[in-house]
Design a protein around this ligand. Structure first.
Ligand SMILES: O=P(O)(O)OC[C@H]1O[C@](O)(COP(=O)(O)O)[C@@H](O)[C@@H]1O
Length: 264
């Protein structure tokens, strides 16, 4: 494994990855409530907050916007991704090579694996190539480990999330990004299954400040190492305010109440 605590991807052994690949994954609907969020510059600006350890974007956004931020922001290139226009079994096109991500200045790469999909075998083989190429470049790999497909009706069931975390360890990911399984003890199981692979929580759709921070706090208390979040940050009118609160919960061991006070 890559000692990722010594890379820009982590601060004090934890990570706060700001994900902004939704323009591909979900489309313009995600930018509807806060129209200025469609501008990638706004997310790169937010990523200059000291709480953010890395920003995760697709190749096109990295090419167009990262050059203006390379001194202030750490880049993760998300290598695969599919639009919401795709109606088939969960699958994800590989849109960027590891070599090209490295050329763009990425210090890590992200990859989605839909365990349980009819496409799992092909996706795992693609991940093998990505993982081994990333190792050649010394780049950590973050797996968006999202079991889903015809046979999986509940993709946040505790046993499913524990399996998702384990898949990331077995296949060599340095970080497993998993959905919150609903309780601290279920997240503890996922962390245990992931072994030396760090577990970070996926943000999910926008909720209240308190609800969101409580799920993050549960993850940290369960031994999770942070968060990879999109909508719960940049769909807010003021991303800085929630990033202040996240900094308190993730890096300063604050309670949710303390974090909410710190962000006032
Ligand atoms: O496939 P889903 O569950 O609709 O969500 C995919 C999106 O969620 C993320 O994994 C995390 O973002 P959020 O914090 O907004 O959930 C994004 O990187 C990705 O675009």
């Amino acid at each position: 494994m890559i000692p990722i605590d010594d890379t820009p991807l982590c601060r004090d052994g934890k990570a706060l990855i700001l994900a902004y690949d939704h323009g591909l994954e979900h489309g313009p609907v995600d930018f509807k409530d806060v129209p200025e969020s469609a501008d990638p510059e706004r997310t790169f600006e937010a990523a200059t907050h000291p709480a953010v350890t890395s920003v995760a974007v697709q190749k096109g956004v990295a090419e167009a916007y990262y050059p203006s931020y390379e001194d202030d922001v750490d880049l993760m290139v998300k290598l695969n991704g599919t639009s919401n226009l795709w109606m088939g079994e969960p699958d994800s096109a590989v849109n960027c090579s590891v070599d090209y991500a490295a050329e763009l200045g990425a210090s890590s790469v992200g990859f989605t694996l839909y365990g349980g999909s009819n496409k799992e075998v092909e996706m795992a083989e693609e991940f093998r190539d990505v993982h081994e190429a990333a190792r050649d470049h010394g780049l950590p790999t973050v797996m968006w480990s999202y079991p889903r497909g015809q046979g999986l009706k509940n993709d946040t069931k505790p046993s499913t999330i524990a399996y998702a975390a384990r898949l990331a360890l077995e296949l060599g990911a340095d970080i497993a990004k998993v959905k919150h399984p609903g309780s601290k003890s279920a997240m503890e199981d996922a962390v245990r299954m992931a072994g030396k692979t760090k577990v970070v929580m996926s943000g999910g759709s926008k909720t209240t400040d308190r609800e969101f921070l409580e799920s993050v706090k549960q993850t940290i208390d369960a031994g999770g190492k942070g968060l990879a979040v999109g909508r719960n940050v940049w769909q807010r009118e003021n991303p800085t305010r929630i990033l202040d609160a996240l900094e308190a919960v993730i890096f300063e061991e604050a309670s949710v109440d303390e974090a909410l006070d710190a962000a006032e």
